[in-house]
Design a protein around this ligand. Structure first.
Ligand SMILES: *Cc1c(COP(=O)(O)O)cnc(C)c1O
Length: 497
């Protein structure tokens, strides 16, 4: 299977090359050249997450052999990396409402599912292509990708990783997780700006031809661990099928019965993986896109105008504080019957004017599958409290946005399809907000986030995850703080170019 750019002006490449490059040279995103065709869903392996993952990866990574895929899957999805044998277990709140916990990896956010395997795919891709340069993973993070990528890539031979996070845009625990990162090939810097500034800075570095030439000369090839990388998106398709299989197994649904997924959304990576699962034949009724107060996608899905010209708000679900959802580009490409010209024009309008509008036909197709709404901070806290009260089940702020939006959907539609809410982070990752929600009011003053972890554990009778309990005594190793326009020179400094 070959891959092309959504903007149509880059050469077709194989999956190894798409994974190494991360983003296409014309600024577009790599997608399979031929339209994704339905597969025999009933024939997919049901015995383990690992075998399901192998079957799905194989479809898209045709230039990898079976052993290579098998090795990558085994190295990523095992009991050393994930603290649950099922990898992505379902918890039922009622017969027809399940929460899929995607946060049993080392950093307690769903990004581990992709970022535990991406380094293995990438190093194999480099070997196969005889890549001589060192690969430099550049990552902009709204909080969770950074730590997850650092854990995935630390001390991987032939790879350097540089993470940029918005100085005031991540939680205290997220920041601590990153600035204490160990490993000989890692570098972490705070950027004076918000996530969009940080992500744009990284994108500019990628599209700066003279900079990448200079780096290549010095023996460095840039790549990305953000969900713009196909190798990041692909592993996320797997758990949509896993959820469906589990619902059949629990006799909640019959074969081929359609289900809904609710996805707390930021960069549109997770929900896009759901769309690809749908294209592969998974019986999906609706993909419900849940946003926080940065509800650009809610507006877009409801009226066809994508308008990022608004102020980015800092919310209690910081990993979704995003106004430019990069992966939407891939969906637009698909919805326009793979029209790279249209896609390119919209993306250029987004860049120059901060907005674009899609036509009626495209909007109609979008709304046939997607539904969208948002939840603000007050609703988020109320939902954490009520879910805990009603089900003795603790959710983080991002998952709470999903649950609230699901409630809104249920009250406004007749649809009673069984529904899976994707839970994207452990509640402990956002202990301060979760504790505030459970207590129904402000916290004792001067509690550090680490003290909050313990208090949350005491009050809810749950346990602090091991890698967070450890944070307290860790040495701060990364103190760099750089202006928004100095990201490129920082990069050159780190690599001594
Ligand atoms: C990254 C993240 C999201 C958003 O996922 P996208 O793929 O960017 O839409 C939601 N919740 C959490 C906890 C995250 O880390």
């Amino acid at each position: 299977m070959y891959y092309q750019s959504t903007r149509g002006q880059a050469e077709h490449v194989q999956s190894t090359e798409a994974i190494i490059q991360g983003i296409a040279p014309d600024g577009g995103l790599y997608v399979p050249v031929s339209e994704i065709a339905p597969l025999a869903v009933a024939e997919l392996p049901t015995d383990s997450y690992q075998n399901l993952a192998k079957a799905i990866l194989k479809i898209f990574l045709t230039d990898f052999n079976d052993t290579e895929i098998e090795e990558a899957v085994t190295a990523a999805y095992n009991s050393r990396c994930f603290d649950h044998v099922q990898i992505t277990p379902l918890k039922f709140l009622s017969k027809e409402l399940a929460v899929m916990e995607l946060w049993h990896g080392p950093t307690y956010a769903f990004k581990d599912i992709a970022l535990q395997i991406l380094p293995h795919l990438l190093t194999k891709a480099m070997e196969k292509r005889g890549e001589k340069s060192e690969v430099v993973i550049l990552t902009a993070t709204s909080g969770d990708t950074g730590k997850s990528a650092l854990e995935g890539f630390r001390d991987v031979e032939g790879i350097r990783i540089i993470v940029f996070f918005p100085h005031n845009g991540v939680s205290e625990i997220q920041k601590l997780q990153m600035v204490t990162q160990e490993g000989g090939n890692v570098s972490v810097a705070a950027v004076e700006g918000n996530f969009d500034d940080t992500q744009n800075g990284v994108k500019e570095i990628f599209s700066n031809r003279s900079l990448s030439q200079k780096l290549l000369h010095a023996g460095y090839q840039l790549s990305s661990a953000n969900s713009i990388n196909w190798g990041r998106l692909l592993p996320q398709i797997v758990y949509y099928f896993k959820a469906y299989q589990d619902l059949i197994d629990k006799k909640v649904i019959r074969r081929k019965q359609k289900i809904n997924f609710v996805v707390p959304t930021g960069n549109f990576g997770n929900i896009l993986a759901g769309y690809y699962a749908f294209k592969l034949g998974l019986p999906v009724n609706r993909l419900i896109c849940a946003s926080n107060s940065n509800n650009v996608l809610t507006d877009f899905i409801n009226n066809g105008l994508y308008n990022s010209s608004r102020e980015l708000k800092q919310t209690l679900s910081p990993s979704m504080d995003i106004l430019i959802s990069s992966n939407l580009e891939r969906l637009l490409f698909e919805l326009t019957d793979r029209n790279s010209q249209k896609t390119k024009v919209w993306m250029e309008e987004l860049k120059s004017r901060g907005k674009y509008t899609v036509g009626k036909g495209t909007l109609k197709r979008l709304q046939e599958l997607f539904w969208a709404d948002s939840a603000d901070d007050r609703e988020t806290l109320e939902t954490i409290a009520s879910v805990f009260r009603n089900y003795q089940y603790l959710v983080d702020t991002h998952t709470a946005v999903g649950l609230k939006v699901w409630e809104k959907y249920r009250s406004r539609s007749e649809d009673t399809s069984p529904t899976v809410i994707l839970s994207t982070a452990s509640p402990y990752k956002f202990a301060g907000s979760v504790l505030q929600a459970i207590n129904g009011g402000p916290l004792e003053k001067d509690l550090t986030e680490l003290e909050m972890l313990n208090q949350l554990a005491r009050q809810t009778g749950t346990a602090v995850p091991i890698n967070l309990a450890d944070l307290e005594g860790k040495e701060i190793r990364h103190r760099a703080r750089i202006p928004r326009d100095k990201m490129d020179s920082h990069l050159l400094g780190v690599l001594s170019v």
